[in-house]
Design a protein around this ligand. Structure first.
Ligand code: FAD
Length: 419
């Protein structure tokens, strides 16, 4: 059976891997000349299942309003005339209710923990090295921030996630590169979380897939999916057609455009974010552990001989243009904690669009069209959920029961919404 995967971001490449493991003939179709060229290209690299949570959470609407006119804001909202934006926001506001937040977070965490196990097994099986680091340290500049983290700590405890609340001295003991002088009230250490270079991983996995017979049709855009009676019969490509038996759509934010003509209308919206990558010039001044500055929601991660600094959630503009204020915030945070660690002045900047659904969890597996499957909408946690999502989707295509409960992780939640 020939399965096509549309999109070679982290979600498409992992899908191809697990589909091949199930014995399918697999072709990946990607419009760029290489894999992981869009949102999976230069993200923060964090895999923190205990922290995986929807963007729609209680208190978030007030936060968005508070930041509305601040240039250094971690959350930027730009009202536009795009009706899709307002539809998305209306649904997002609904999902900020406490009961919905709890339900959505539980769904995401179920998948994220499973995904971490899948990633670890895959890494061990192939001896992969993708610049991974171990542990995650959330930094609180003020006592007020520290106190606001109390509910999160309770959630971690309830979920049995290893964590420790540290005072400033303990934070500096754990990560000796943290500079003295920048106000630090304390930190939350998650020793089992990890980070890694998502794009580097995707490239290595692509080579493994290719070695196992997966075909990659790069520089090839899918124009539409052609229905033959009640199934997808062909992919219409810019330069011809491709006959397929089944298809997995993993096209990130552009999945909407491919699915709309088939009657599948998804409230998927791009939420932009930025990163800066700078070569480490003083290794002793650069962090070994990945840190997250809670005030600015900026993560600083060592990736080999470079520092990756990433953050900002910006909704409102579909144009992937760099925004000076956000880039300035990234560098400011890096310099606050790790001054002189890297060649910040020569940093390379990047902007990406998180494929975000208003409630949070991605959409995996079946659609009303029987040979059409989804693997999309991973928002700000696509790297953290990639391996698990891909394995679940491959199981579903193979008509096998996935290892985890799929409640709330399929298109059903939009077709047959519950309260
Ligand atoms: C600043 C920032 C920081 C982030 N940090 C983290 C983090 O720390 N941890 C984490 O887990 N996640 C993080 N994310 C989110 C993560 O990067 C995304 O969830 C993930 O990359 C989405 O992967 P994807 O494969 O769905 O999308 P993409 O990587 O965008 O891949 C989709 C692919 O489909 C292709 N495509 C689309 N349409 C077509 C077509 N018609 N024909 C052919 N090809 C097509 C595109 O070219 C693209 O290559 C971050 C995101 C941003 C922006």
């Amino acid at each position: 059976m020939h399965v096509a995967v549309i999109g070679a971001g982290i979600i498409g490449v992992t899908s191809a891997y697990y589909l091949r493991q199930q014995g399918f003939e697999v072709t990946v179709v990607e419009r760029h000349p290489g894999v992981a060229q869009e949102t999976s290209f230069a993200n923060a690299g964090v895999i923190a299942p205990g922290y995986t949570a929807p963007w729609a959470q209680p208190g978030m609407p007030a936060k968005v309003l508070r930041y509305l006119f601040k240039s250094e804001a971690p959350i930027v909202f730009r009202p536009s005339v795009d009706p899709a934006q307002w539809r998305w926001l209306a649904r997002w506001l609904l999902e900020c209710q406490t009961n919905r937040f709890r339900r959505n977070k539980a769904r995401m965490q179920r998948l994220a923990f499973y995904s971490r196990d899948c990633l670890r097994a895959l890494r061990a099986g192939h001896g992969l090295d993708y610049e991974q680091t171990q542990g995650y340290l959330q930094l609180f500049r003020t006592e007020a921030e520290l106190e606001r983290a109390a509910p999160m700590r309770a959630v971690l405890k309830e979920a049995g996630v290893a964590h420790a609340l540290l005072n400033a001295a303990q934070c500096r003991g754990l990560e000796s590169a943290l500079v003295e002088g920048t106000p630090l009230a304390g930190g939350l250490h998650l020793p089992e979380d990890e980070t890694g270079n998502c794009a580097f991983f995707a490239k290595q996995l692509k080579d493994i897939c290719a070695g196992q017979g997966v075909r990659f049709r790069l520089s090839t855009a899918v124009e539409r999916l052609e229905v033959d009676q009640d199934r997808i019969g062909r992919l219409r490509l810019r330069d011809g057609v491709m006959a397929i038996d089944a298809v997995v759509v993993a096209a990130g934010v552009d999945s909407v455009r491919l699915l709309r003509p088939l009657g599948i209308k998804l409230p998927l919206y791009p939420v932009k974010g930025y990163s800066a990558t700078a070569v480490i010039t003083r290794p002793e001044a650069a962090p070994m552990i990945s840190v997250m500055d809670e005030m600015y929601k900026v993560a600083v991660t060592r990736m080999g001989n470079r520092l990756r600094i990433a953050g900002t959630a910006e909704i409102g503009s579909r144009r992937l243009a760099l925004r000076d204020a956000s880039l300035g915030t990234l560098l400011r945070v890096a310099r606050d904690w790790f001054p002189g660690a890297a060649a910040y002045a020569q940093a390379q900047f990047w902007v990406g669009a998180r494929p975000m659904l208003p409630d949070g969890p991605p959409l995996l597996g079946p659609t009303p069209i029987r040979n059409l499957h989804l693997n999309l909408g991973h928002g700000s946690s696509g790297w953290a959920m990639a391996c698990g999502s891909a394995r679940v989707v491959a199981d579903l295509v193979a008509q096998r029961k996935p290892d985890i409960d799929l409640e709330g992780l399929t298109l059903d939640r939009y077709l047959r919404p519950s309260k």
